[in-house]
Write a protein that binds this ligand. Structure first.
Ligand SMILES: *Cc1c(COP(=O)(O)O)cnc(C)c1O
Length: 231
């Protein structure tokens, strides 16, 4: 997609978010779009930023390191949304404002160590494997609270909420029950764990973001609907 097409696509996504928010009685300003930049060349990411995208989400440390020199000069917040290996924590804390995909204490401890070295408090989300799919990362629903509690004691990591990716369905309505589970889990965690306030819910992608917004998403991660198909 070219510049104009990306700007048009963003406009359409915004309208759909607005409609979903209205339907649920939510303020649309509570919902932020994370433009998913994996495999997308920087000139197209730049077009999205010019059109008003404020956050770019990336999946692969190697790819972001290649794009970083360019991306770091743009007025955009970078989020990490892919599977993170602990040995890449050093790069992650240097490049990302929010890491959506923390799913083990070991990874959180490594992030804590690396964040301390650069005097940063790293914001993170806990990724929940809400349908317990073997092919997906994330902590199990019933282990989420105990992981949040343990991470809550690390001084250089701050839990800001949860992230989830339900199974892919042709009908987005089928993803809705999973979004509800994550929302309820986030409320339960905020109530049960002193000092942990789950304000962010990262859920919803190109195919199902309206259902996610209706169920409480604050961050929707949109790739193809914004940038077109990936090669
Ligand atoms: C690729 C990706 C997305 C975006 O998917 P689309 O269907 O292209 O919108 C969102 N979240 C994660 C974790 C992804 O890997």
């Amino acid at each position: 997609m070219n510049r104009t097409e990306i700007a048009d696509a963003l406009e359409k996504i915004r309208k759909r978010i607005q409609r979903a928010a209205d339907k649920a009685g939510r303020n649309p300003e509570e919902i932020r779009i994370v433009g998913v930049g994996k495999t997308v060349p920087v000139h197209r990411i730049e077009a999205a930023i010019e059109a008003g995208i404020l956050i770019i989400g990336e999946n692969y440390i190697k790819e972001v390191r290649e794009k970083f020199e360019h991306l770091s000069r743009l007025p955009v917040s970078l989020h990490f949304i892919g599977h993170l290996q602990s040995n890449k924590s050093k790069y992650a804390v240097r490049m990302f404002d929010l890491i959506h995909s923390v799913d083990s204490l070991k990874l959180a401890e490594e992030l804590n160590r690396e964040a301390e070295k650069i005097a940063k408090i790293q914001d993170i989300l806990i990724q929940v494997n809400v349908a317990e799919e073997k092919t997906k990362s994330g902590v199990r629903v019933e282990e989420t609270l105990s992981l949040a509690r343990s991470i809550g004691s690390l001084p250089h990591v701050r839990v800001r909420g949860l992230m989830a990716m339900p199974p892919f369905f042709d009908l987005p309505e089928k993803a809705r029950p999973y979004f509800k589970i994550v929302r309820d889990l986030s409320r339960a965690a905020s109530e049960a764990i002193p000092g942990v306030l789950m304000e962010e819910l990262s859920m919803g992608m190109s195919g199902d973001f309206e259902a996610a917004v209706e169920e409480g998403a604050t961050l929707v991660r949109i790739g193809t609907a914004l940038f077109g198909g990936r090669s």
